[in-house]
Design a protein around this ligand. Structure first.
Ligand SMILES: [Zn+2]
Length: 386
């Protein structure tokens, strides 16, 4: 790969700057010769009134803005490899899309600045590395750089590596905060649309966790029907089974749960009653486990992290059980005592035993001292359910 360092004035760089408000993208610069937002670039994420303002502040104070990298795509055409956020911030400022404070602390748009300040900004030279090489070389290299202090996350990297028509279409659907479905999806999915978290989830679900191979196989596809259909099936299924939307649903592994349970019939009304009962049960400490627990016909109580007995309770019950067992000449684990092997008379140490609910939590047994029994670890594990 060849690189060539040069300096470009802000006035040249932002000549003919076009910003697409709808997609939140800076599109072109250098009088049409520069593509600011190639497909593999992340969405513009600096429009927060802080990072974009900081870029302009730095420039007004004469601080360096860091290196910018272009990929040479033709005789005199380029695309931005690294620096898109900074260039878009500058372009948006020059086209009066946001204001910064001037030296008197007054909010000013570019047009409102005095002529000397305007000129200083326009004359600022930015250091640009022009790179030319094969697609593979450039993408490999792109994987190793970070952009202006915000490292690319995993999905942003994958979008770069597998750029093409499929990623373009997929981003239009899943990385677009103006998509009216995002509100509904956000009940079940964590993260930010513009950081590709929704796209990542959609790909994770349809690929059963093999995102890279799926993206590689579909890279040149001209439609995303399978991706969309599968994603919508999962969302529709969750929202049909669970008619109440709870905060704890967000970010659960809905793809896996859909695969395992979507063929099972549920009564949404009964499910809703069970969700409410388990949410108000003080012994259920992991509310996020409630949904999978119900989907699995309420068998796997481990999902709920049922409140455990505290140390003083365990010690009290241990002392009581052990004293009685010694008097009777049997094991202090009641299940060992009832057996007929060498452990029948064994006195276990406290550290060798675990507390168990005499009457299971799932059968309304409380986590209280009256319902506590110490078992040796083997018997406690074998008994299993809380
Ligand atoms: Zn035992």
């Amino acid at each position: 790969m060849e690189t060539f360092l040069k300096q470009i004035a802000v006035s040249d760089l932002c000549k003919g700057f076009v910003y697409n408000e709808l997609e939140g993208k800076g599109l072109f610069g250098l009088d049409g010769r520069l593509t600011i937002q190639p497909e593999y670039q992340r969405n513009y994420i600096y429009a927060d009134g802080k990072k974009d303002v900081a870029v302009i502040d730095s420039m007004m104070k004469g601080y360096p803005l860091g290196l910018i990298y272009f990929n040479k795509t033709g005789d005199d055409t380029y695309e931005v490899l690294d620096g898109q956020q900074r260039i878009t911030s500058i372009g948006r400022f020059l086209t009066n899309r946001f204001a910064v404070k001037d030296c008197n602390g007054m909010e000013q748009y570019f047009d409102g600045l005095n002529v000397e300040t305007q000129k200083r900004i326009l004359d600022t030279g930015l250091l640009v590395y022009e790179c030319s090489g094969t697609e593979t070389e450039i993408k490999e290299w792109f994987k190793t750089i970070n952009i202006a202090g915000v490292p690319l996350n995993n999905q942003e990297l994958l979008n770069a590596v597998y750029s093409g028509p499929f990623v373009t279409l997929a981003k239009q659907e899943f990385s677009n905060s103006r998509n009216s479905n995002v509100q509904k999806w956000s009940a079940y999915i964590n993260g930010a649309v513009n950081r590709q978290d929704y796209l990542e989830r959609a790909l994770d679900w349809v690929s059963r966790g093999n995102i890279s191979s799926y993206m590689s196989a579909h890279r040149q596809d001209l439609d995303i029907t399978e991706l969309k259909t599968y994603f919508n099936s999962v969302i529709d299924w969750v929202s049909a089974v669970f008619i109440d939307v709870e905060n704890e649903m967000r970010g659960l592994e809905w793809g896996r749960l859909y695969e395992r349970h979507h063929a099972t019939p549920y009564s949404p009304q009964k499910v809703s009653e069970r969700v409410n009962a388990l949410f108000s049960d003080p012994f259920v400490t992991n509310k996020r486990g409630v949904f999978e627990y119900i989907l699995g016909r309420e068998t796997d109580t481990k999902l709920l992290h049922i409140r455990v007995f505290d140390e003083p309770t365990k010690r009290t019950v241990y002392a009581r059980q052990t004293e009685k067992a010694k008097q009777e000449g049997v094991s202090n684990c009641p299940l060992c005592a009832a057996g007929d092997n060498a452990n029948k008379t064994k006195i276990w140490k406290l550290s060798e035993m675990d507390a168990d609910h005499v009457k299971a939590w799932s059968k309304d047994g409380a986590t209280s001292i009256e319902n506590c029994e110490m078992l040796c670890k083997t018997h406690n594990r074998a008994k299993g359910n809380a």
